[in-house]
Write a protein that binds this ligand. Sequence first.
Ligand code: C2E
Ligand code: MG
Ligand code: MG
Ligand code: MG
Length: 287
Amino acid sequence: QAKSDGRATYRYFSDEMTSRARERIEVETRLRRAVAAGQLVLYFQPQVDIASGCIVGAEALVRWNDPDEGLIPPARFIPVAEATGVIGEIGDWVLVEACRQGQRWRDEGLPPLTLAVNVSPRQFLLGDMVGRIAEVLEETGFPAQNLELEVTEGALMEREQDGLQALRRLRALGARIAIDDFGTGYSSLAYLKRFPLDVLKIDRSFITGLPDDADDVAISATIIAMGHSLGVEVLAEGVETPEQLAFLRGKGCDRFQGYLCSRPVPAGEFAALLRANVQQFRVAAVP
Ligand code: C2E
Ligand code: MG
Ligand code: MG
Ligand code: MG
């Protein structure tokens, strides 16, 4: 009885694995075609300087505009892209598109912007990422100083020496480095000392409970204070309410990003937000 149960379970898993593997290959094929067919789209989410209330930058966030399914969020294809290596093509497309768009906005005379681009762990550690970034900056004319690369803690910890080397070369180019989702990875405070960093992005999960949740209050206030004593800027992700913003302002947080200002929007809509950049968050009303 037990034996046949075991075999049934084994067969179940085996079937499941096969279908998962098949699904992965199918998604991989569709993804490669999507990149080649120009079905990727970049959205931009404003980053606001908390002291001035002005939009000073944007995070570029990729979407897949599938003709049948419509707009597919990155959570549904970035993991597969990571696992299969398609992330190389996607990451390259995102980098080129972000720098091109950034340069276009400069040409149109829009206020100076920092554009943040997500770099996946695999992209970060494989190939000559820094060399490619230098090439794209050169080709597009977008200034390195205005490019911020978002890396996760995991990517840095995985191959520490390579990570450190890559960050140093990025810094030498003049680009900025942000740690994304800060506090959620296998954090080691030691790497804050070792790695050359410009920005810590406090993960949204620590912002959600502000200003009432005592743990979120303690964690976010600590990250802000620690960042500042280490000489790096601190950005809060996922700010949705004026109360959260008021708390962060009180703690001296430098920038925020979140639905309170805007969801990620297509380039045209972002340019409109930027043109109407009216310091709307300078004295955000707290009811
Ligand atoms: P992330 O880099 O941490 O990006 C922030 C995510 O939080 C975005 O989701 C954004 O839409 C969402 N968000 C921003 N403000 C708020 C808010 O106020 N409330 C809530 N509930 N959510 C908010 P999105 O665009 O779905 O991206 C998810 C993740 O996919 C990103 O997390 C990033 O890890 C990855 N991703 C997106 N674009 C790229 C890319 O070009 N390359 C790579 N490697 N990864 C990307
Ligand atoms: Mg990010
Ligand atoms: Mg993040
Ligand atoms: Mg996140």
